[in-house]
Design a binder for this molecule. Structure first.
Ligand code: 3HC
Ligand code: NAI
Length: 692
């Protein structure tokens, strides 16, 4: 075996040259990997004894794509398209041997090989769309030639990988290798190809699978329509459709040039930069500065949940779905039965959509033990409290839990706002206590704020951080403060939204501006959904706010058929002239002069105070990094991923611009807009929240 460079080597096995790429962690197509591939194939060609070439990877995976960390830097030769040309135009058959995940540029490498073999556990895919890109090395031209336009668009627009068995069925992969024995299987396959004098089969030369789409532009129109909602706001998907259409309409050589041009243009977009930022931010968020791999984690084999309400049920489902049994306790049989039936109904709804079998629903529900006996929590490795948001009740629950839970059990609260340290002080083991703040609906939203208390032990924190991905969550470690990261920032937006409607903007205008920005819902639609009466009491209500008046009139949100909006049976929101009148009268009674407020002011007044609060959160060390705050907003509140999160968005606006606007608002509207010291400092330095 001879080294080609630091990440590639070449071995000759009889008549077969084996080019091995080994560039941890995922064999991304860095300059060295590209160089290794090119020189490997060239060396194999130059060797007269060699009759076929196998490309295979060491470590956990075949090439997982372009090196995303190289994007934005000046490109270095050899360029990927040239490397792929070299492979495809080799004079000897090249076989890609795939294990792990052949993604993006990695899959595109495999598509230029003349033959493909994969272990059954391998996956292939083109996830570029998730980075605000389209495949840039032939994916949009070669995949449709192999599997047809519709399947190819499905793969490209979803970005979701498909398994080797499917790949075999679709003709993407020629052979399935023996699991764990890829190299031997690939060599055997190569020997067979040599014996059969197999041709140099190039995907680019095929067109049979494109035929059904020729002269049928309506196929593309239908796909646009079907995806319109999903891709609202995203730029890349239209380019992906266009590029696949080019595969049908243009000769390969033209299609591939256009694909490359679109890819290069998308690379420069703020959207793609934002989505690449999120890719790395998500992986960073899992890391806690003072917790290394040496910190031991505890096994979580069984979980207890206290409270089977909105949150408790959803929280329990996460564990049941991950195969972890859950004991759920309530105070009354009615509440328990109601909670359990909601969970079953949710699973059944998923089954109706075909994403779960009824057998799986039964299996999941079979892992649930509903009970009124608090003592049943004694064996749980982790207990999560999700009772009413009331400190006295929570303290009593934790005091009781302390006397029941086994030593070493982790005790968590799902509180939205309350002080975790206060709650922990009710136990004799505050080191085992932390916050696990799920987001509603808890079985759907991916965010988990992991709230680190003053005394939470490293091992407890490490355990929950490691548990998050196992239950499908993205964990972000945050510090104790009112509302933690997400709700603390949300409060800023809600306050300004309420002020804006008092000053003359309509609730629908505010919602329209924020949904146009890319949020799934505006603040008023969101309040209606949650219920305006959360924390409101009929006894003490004195028409002292717009909310008081709406609640007193029975307009308590979607559940009562009216809130800020009117709702029909299908819960479609309709602006209410009556609510506009209520707001107008209320403003008058408070002496607030109403005026016309433009969309730009609405957006800036809602978003900039959030950014400012984010800066304070960073100053206080309640979040480890700005990108963690971005992850909280993307996975907890549906912040548009193509805007990269609030802190990244601030960087794209320019911190000096954000600061100047905050100062302008401060002069006009007061200290709600007082800039955070960190924002002042970064703006003065010409710096940004996101570290490049
Ligand atoms: N470039 C650079 N770094 C990458 C990378 C890539 N394509 N893919 C993964 N990494 C890094 C991660 O940042 C992480 O680094 P860290 O340990 O320092 O945090 C490390 O590799 C391991 O990644 P994961 O934690 O995600 O490991 P998993 O085993 O959970 O997942 C994976 C592996 C499925 C390969 C996943 O990392 C992934 O989906 N990667 C991105 C794949 C992708 O998007 N490829 C397309 C790139 S665009 C492209 O190819 C353009 C082409 O068309 C020209
Ligand atoms: P909920 O009112 O729907 O459910 C609370 C449940 O706890 C009720 O079923 C009640 O019977 C039960 N309960 C009360 N005291 C109990 C006790 N001593 N033992 C066992 N069960 C008891 O409330 P929800 O919305 O589920 O909220 C629960 C917690 O989750 C709160 O702390 C809340 O702040 C938090 N949270 C709520 C979110 C939401 O959107 N609803 C989002 C994130 C967190």
């Amino acid at each position: 075996m001879a080294a080609i460079n630091s990440v590639a080597d070449l071995a000759i096995d009889g008549e077969i040259a084996v080019v091995t790429i080994d560039s941890p962690p995922v064999n991304a197509l860095s300059q060295a990997v590209r160089d290794g591939l090119k020189r490997g194939v060239e060396a194999a060609e130059a060797n007269g004894a060699v009759k076929a070439v196998v490309i295979i990877c060491g470590g956990r995976t075949f090439i997982a794509g372009a090196d995303i960390s190289e994007f934005g830097k000046p490109p270095a030769a050899p360029y990927l398209p040239d490397v792929l040309d070299r492979i495809e135009n080799a004079s000897k058959p090249v076989i890609a041997a795939v294990h792990g995940t052949a993604l993006g540029g990695g899959f595109e490498v495999a598509l230029t090989a003349h033959y493909r073999i994969a272990v059954p556990s391998a996956k292939c895919g083109l996830p570029e769309i998730k980075l605000g890109l389209i495949p840039g090395a032939g994916g949009t031209q070669r995949l449709p030639r192999l599997v047809g336009v519709e399947k190819a668009l499905d793969v490209i627009l979803s970005g979701t990988p498909f398994g080797a068995r499917e790949a075999k069925e679709w003709g993407v992969v020629d052979e399935l290798a023996e699991e764990g024995n890829l190299r031997e299987s690939a060599l055997a396959f190569a020997r067979r190809l040599i014996a059969e004098k197999a041709p140099l089969r190039k995907v680019r030369d095929r067109s049979d699978k494109l035929e059904p789409a020729r002269g049928h532009p309506e196929i593309f129109e239908a796909i646009r329509k079907a995806n319109a909602r999903k891709f609202r706001g995203f730029e890349a998907w239209e380019k992906a459709i266009e590029s696949v259409k080019n595969a049908v309409d243009l000769p390969f050589d033209e299609g591939i040039v256009k694909e490359r041009q679109m890819f290069m243009a998308l690379l420069q977009t703020t959207q793609s930069k934002a989505q690449r930022h999120v890719f790395f931010a998500e992986r960073q968020a899992a890391k806690v500065a003072d917790i290394g791999p040496d910190v031991p984690t505890k096994p979580i084999r069984s979980v207890g949940v206290i409270g089977a309400g909105t949150m408790g049920g959803g929280i329990a489902m996460n564990f049941l779905s991950a195969g972890i049994p859950v004991t759920i306790v309530e105070t009354s049989k009615e509440a328990l039965d109601r909670g359990v039936s909601v969970m079953r109904r949710n699973y059944e709804a998923t089954a109706k959509k075909g994403r779960l079998t009824m057998k799986e629903v039964d299996e999941r529900m079979g892992r649930l033990k509903p009970t009124l006996d608090f003592g049943a929590l004694a064996e749980a490795d982790l207990v999560i409290e999700a009772v009413f948001e009331n400190m006295d009740i929570k303290k009593k629950v934790f005091e009781r839990l302390d006397s029941i839970a086994k030593p070493g059990a982790i005790l968590a609260s799902n509180t939205s706002y309350l002080d975790i340290d206060d709650i922990a002080s009710m136990t004799k083991r505050p080191e085992d206590v932390l916050g696990m703040h799920f987001f509603s609906p808890a079985n759907v939203m991916r965010l988990l704020e992991i709230v680190r208390g003053a005394k939470t032990s490293k091992s407890v924190l490490a355990t929950i951080a490691a548990l998050a991905p196992k239950i499908g969550k993205v964990g972000v470690v945050v510090g104790v403060c009112h509302g933690f990261v997400g709700n603390r920032m949300l409060a800023q937006r809600q306050r300004e939204a309420m002020k804006l409607i008092l000053e003359g903007a309509t609730p629908w205008a505010v919602d329209r501006v924020l949904t146009a920005f890319g949020m799934p819902m505006g603040p008023f639609a969101m309040s209606d959904l949650a219920g305006l009466d959360i924390g409101w009491s009929a006894e003490t209500s004195k028409r002292a706010s717009i909310r008081d008046i709406l609640c007193e009139e029975g307009r308590r949100g979607q559940k009562t058929g009216a809130g800020f909006y009117d709702y029909d049976e299908a819960r479609t929101p309709k602006p209410s002239a009556h609510v506009e009148a209520i707001i107008r009268d209320f403003a008058k009674s408070k002496g607030v002069a109403q005026r016309t407020i433009g969309d730009a002011e609405i957006l800036e007044r809602c978003i900039y105070p959030m950014i400012n609060e984010g800066a304070k959160i960073l100053e206080e060390g309640k979040a480890q990094r700005a990108s963690d705050i971005d992850i909280v907003w993307i996975y907890g509140y549906g912040w548009p991923v193509y805007r990269g999160g609030p802190m990244f968005y601030a960087d794209t606006v320019g911190l000096r611009n954000v600061l100047a606007k905050l100062k302008e608002f401060q002069a006009k509207f007061g200290d709600d807009f007082k800039p955070a010291a960190l924002l002042e400092k970064l703006a003065a330095e010409g710096a940004a929240f996101s570290k490049p």
